[in-house]
Write a protein that binds this ligand. Structure first.
Ligand code: BG6
Length: 301
């Protein structure tokens, strides 16, 4: 594998042609291409890539709070979705083998990029707003047909802290009207477009035809989420989760898109956010303890 370290981003590719780009700002993956050159992630043409604003697209890392922080909580003074997506991370290095359970892949078949963020690296403003001692290691692994992103959270202080975590993945699709999302049948979700109403939907697949902001809870970790073509039902993406039982589905649709300065008016048709996370309650991490989770996105089935 080839890894090129730029001032603001890391590019990596496999000998077979697959590639990935990760910005140090937010450790945001902004590009994942297959050997054919086909881009799998959506990044808005209006996205800011200069660190002035979280990157609109790719895979922003949401930590330590999802959405607007609640009142009277340790995260209350943080911005929406926390500080990880708008802090500069450091590149810790690469390795080119990865063991996934029994399946050990070595050499040219994969490359792992590790990124770190710790309390000492935060801006003064963020550190004041959330003053725990923590260390994050975010690993991005490029395989031939898939991309894995995983996070290790470490409590390096002497008191417990609470956090939420989510990977805000923007998947690139040909047309929002030609996909459906499977394996969410009869699952409970909170509809953020309708004042956080709690709902269940018995239809076999989620079809997106309006503004959608649904937070599904307590999903079976062993069941992948499938983004499939509504024409022939072929899978476009399969999303596997490790330790992440919640999932947000988001599409801003017409009006919200118009209201976002870093998102084109018609771009909502080319994207859907499928966001594995741990957000419906708080993870408590004791002093000196660590927590790990991840997602693997496979192109196709
Ligand atoms: C989603 C949230 O995950 O992110 C939405 O559920 C939110 O409510 C969206 O609008 C985008 O958030 P932001 O802060 O990147 O505009």
């Amino acid at each position: 594998p080839t890894v090129t370290v730029h001032e603001n981003r890391i590019d990596a590719s496999l000998p077979t042609g697959e590639s990935v780009t990760v910005y140090l700002y937010g450790a945001t993956v902004t590009s994942w291409k297959l050997a054919t050159g086909e881009e799998q992630l959506f990044v808005s043409e209006k996205a800011h890539l200069d660190g002035s604003k979280p990157i609109r697209g790719g895979i922003p890392v949401v930590f330590p709070v999802f959405g607007p922080p609640p009142k009277n909580h340790a995260t209350s003074s943080l911005p929406q979705h926390g500080f990880a997506r708008n802090s500069y991370w450091e590149f810790l290095g690469k390795s080119s083998s990865e063991s996934l359970g029994n399946d050990t892949r070595k050499g040219d078949d994969s490359v792992v990029l590790d990124f770190g963020l710790s309390s000492a690296m935060l801006s003064e403003q963020f550190r004041k707003a959330w003053s725990y001692d923590f260390g994050l290691v975010y690993s991005v692994t490029l395989f031939k047909d898939s991309l894995r992103t995983s996070l290790r959270v470490q409590n390096q202080g002497n008191q417990p802290f609470e956090f939420q975590f989510l990977m805000h993945t923007y998947l690139r699709i040909k047309d929002i009207l030609s996909i459906r999302i499977k394996n969410l049948q009869s699952k409970t979700y909170v509809d953020k477009t309708e004042s956080y109403a709690v709902k269940t939907d018995s239809s076999p697949a989620v079809v997106i035809m309006r503004e959608t902001d649904s937070v599904y809870q307590s999903l079976d970790p062993n069941v992948p989420i499938i983004v499939a073509s509504s024409e022939d039902d072929n899978p476009i993406f399969s999303i596997f989760r490790e330790g992440l039982d919640d999932l947000t589905i988001w599409n801003p649709w017409v009006e919200k898109a118009k209201g976002m300065s870093d998102f084109g008016d018609d771009e909502y048709r080319q994207m859907v956010c499928v966001e594995p996370g741990s957000v419906s309650c708080w993870q408590t991490l004791d002093a000196e303890d660590a927590w790990e989770s991840g997602q693997t996105i496979r192109s196709g089935h």
